[in-house]
Design a protein around this ligand. Structure first.
Ligand SMILES: Cc1cc2nc3c(=O)[nH]c(=O)nc-3n(C[C@H](O)[C@H](O)[C@H](O)COP(=O)(O)O)c2cc1C
Length: 164
């Protein structure tokens, strides 16, 4: 069985999970920008990884567009986020981004990500500081721009098991 990991990552946490999956599976691992249609065509298992930004999985548009090709394959999606796996906001964003046919067909694994606020691009920091002002709850407001590191290689176990 040939497999490929295709990821999109702005600050490296999604890429780190993609590399860990590559180490465990031996699948090829490519950034979305460099992925070719033939990479999809020649793989039976496709692992997709992207962060959640503003509630939305960053690769959702691409998945919807590529679905006619992807539907023939075993597809796994993992996302990285600040919100923990069981957070209802993650489920809401996922349901909004991908229709029922896609959700029924793919395996979805939300994973803890990482954010170092000082490393964000200035525009991102600006947007987050603006968005922060609209949040009423003080703890929630501070959490928005606080650093976190929820990277955990062992959280990949269920995803890896689903590939066998
Ligand atoms: C501008 C911005 C918006 C974000 N929005 C969300 C969000 O809506 N929900 C969430 O759980 N995490 C959110 N995050 C956290 C990212 O999903 C998390 O940092 C992820 O690990 C980043 O992945 P990357 O390192 O591969 O770029 C946001 C981060 C940034 C910088």
């Amino acid at each position: 069985m040939k497999g490929i990991i295709i990821y999109k990552s702005n600050y490296g946490s999604t890429e780190q999970y993609a590399r860990w999956i590559q180490e465990e599976t031996g699948f090829d691992c490519v950034e979305l920008k460099k992925a070719k249609a033939r990479d999809l065509g020649s793989s039976d298992r496709i692992v997709l990884g992207c962060p959640i930004y503003a509630g939305n999985p960053l690769m959702a548009k691409w998945i919807n567009r590529q679905w006619p090709l992807l539907r023939e394959k075993k597809v796994i999606l993992f996302t990285t986020s600040g919100a923990p796996a069981g957070d209802p906001a993650l489920a809401r964003g996922y349901e909004k981004a991908l229709g029922p046919e896609i959700r029924d067909a793919i395996g979805y694994f939300p994973l803890g990500g990482r954010m170092v606020f000082a490393e964000l691009k200035p525009l991102m920091r600006f947007i987050m500081n603006m968005a922060k002002k609209a949040i009423k709850d003080p703890a929630e407001r501070e959490a928005m721009t606080a650093d976190f590191d929820r990277m955990d290689r062992s959280s990949l176990k269920p995803l890896l098991a689903s590939l066998t």
